[in-house]
Write a protein that binds this ligand. Structure first.
Ligand SMILES: [Mn+2]
Length: 395
């Protein structure tokens, strides 16, 4: 039996109630069946995507149906074309697919049932930059160029073959792209920040791994607030800049930007620690905070094993990845580049050691400023793919 198959009532099925009778009607072919209430209750189990185990469990609990009978009912419902395997399809007609060719679904669909493992959310917001704008184009840029890295197949769920490890990866892992948190015009740090926070919280509480595609770095604040709403976490920030304001923020809705949002993150009660890796921008004065550990420039590479030993296996970590942590020689596509920094393999090595040691519960990738080149997008797509692959291997 194929692992991880989810079933759902066919899209073309309509439930009708006529003169005390319950009917289901298939509006494409036109047939209808009158059902007793008992059967209707059983079918309603499948209004959200459920796998066999969960369906059987519900039939047993609510209707006292044993497993043999449950198998019979499931086969009947499939045979009659009432339910079908749930494979959210990628839209190949107008090529409007998500990152890695994932299906573009609503957040509601992603939250329905428990079939989704990883959800991508675009946050095309760059009102908070202090220098060059344009990171608002990164989610659509990543959706386009990431297909050169990996093409997700929602039907076979076969994942991909990694020629370096010589193994099949991401098998039976379900991905979806929820599209962008949208606005024609964003208001500064307004309701869309709240929507992002709420979305991340909902996904995270359903055990779905959220990957937010920024946007400027300020969008990490609602992401971290969402993911830490009801649990303690630690944050690992890859960045050339510390993103501390060193100034008092009176009203964050007005004052928060991509260079000071960390001040607000540190105020979040459930954020126990922020580990900053790659910091190399010079500032007018030193900044110290007992919640923050800083590993400047590429110094972490010299003490990598000791660093990994300091990580806490009893708490979940959230990763916020500012692409300017990479050396501008390979990461030209960013608004505020700083000389120095990691190359691709160095950054991957650090991330790999982190993800192998601790549970990571979410990721955002920010400050990617697309230019004409696709290379930077491909580099970032690879990093995103590696992170979700390593985290999903733990499932
Ligand atoms: Mn940053």
């Amino acid at each position: 039996m194929k692992k991880n198959v989810f079933y759902k009532v066919k899209e073309s099925i309509v439930f009708l109630q006529e003169n005390d009778k319950c009917k289901i009607w298939e509006h494409k072919s036109g047939w209808e069946v009158i059902l007793n209430e008992h059967m209707l209750d059983i079918i309603s189990i499948f209004t959200i995507p459920v796998n066999r185990e969960l369906a059987f469990e519900k039939m047993k609990k609510n209707h006292n149906i044993d497993e043999n009978k449950a198998i019979e009912i499931l086969d009947y419902l499939i045979g009659e074309g009432i339910i079908e395997p749930y494979h959210p399809q990628t839209n190949t007609v107008d090529n409007k697919n998500g990152i890695f060719n994932t299906p573009l679904l609503s957040i509601k669909e992603c939250l329905s049932g428990d079939w989704c493992d990883v959800a991508f959310i675009g946050m095309p917001y760059d009102l908070n930059v202090t220098y060059q704008p344009g990171t608002r184009f990164a989610p659509s840029y990543l959706r386009k160029v990431s297909r050169a890295v990996y093409n997700y197949d929602s039907t076979s769920l076969e994942g991909y073959f990694d020629p370096i490890d010589r193994t099949q990866k991401l098998e039976n892992i379900r991905l979806a792209d929820c599209g962008d948190i949208k606005a024609i015009v964003f208001s500064k740090n307004g309701s869309h920040f709240d929507a992002l926070k709420d979305t991340i919280y909902k996904l995270s509480s359903k055990n779905i791994f959220p990957v937010t595609l920024g946007g400027d770095h300020s969008i990490a604040y609602p992401c971290i607030a969402g993911v830490s709403k009801d649990k303690k976490i630690k944050v690992i920030q890859f960045d050339a800049h510390s993103d501390f304001g060193l100034m008092k923020m009176n009203n964050w809705r007005e004052d928060l930007h991509h260079g000071n949002f960390m001040d607000k993150v540190l105020e979040l009660e459930n954020v126990e620690e922020v580990i900053q890796v790659g910091i190399r921008q010079i500032t007018s004065k030193n900044y110290e905070n007992n919640k923050v550990k800083i590993y400047p420039d590429i110094s972490i590479l010299d003490i990598l094993e000791e660093f990994i030993d300091t990580l806490d296996s009893d708490i979940s970590y959230y990763i916020t990845l500012d692409v300017d942590v990479l050396n501008p020689l390979i990461m030209n596509a960013t608004g505020t580049p700083v000389s120095g920094g990691f190359d691709y393999k160095e950054l991957l090595l650090i991330i790999e050691k982190i993800v192998r040691k601790v549970k990571v519960i979410g990721l955002d990738v920010v400050e990617l400023l697309p230019g004409k080149s696709e290379v930077e997008g491909i580099i970032i797509s690879n990093i995103i793919l590696k992170i979700i692959t390593m985290e999903m291997e733990k499932k």
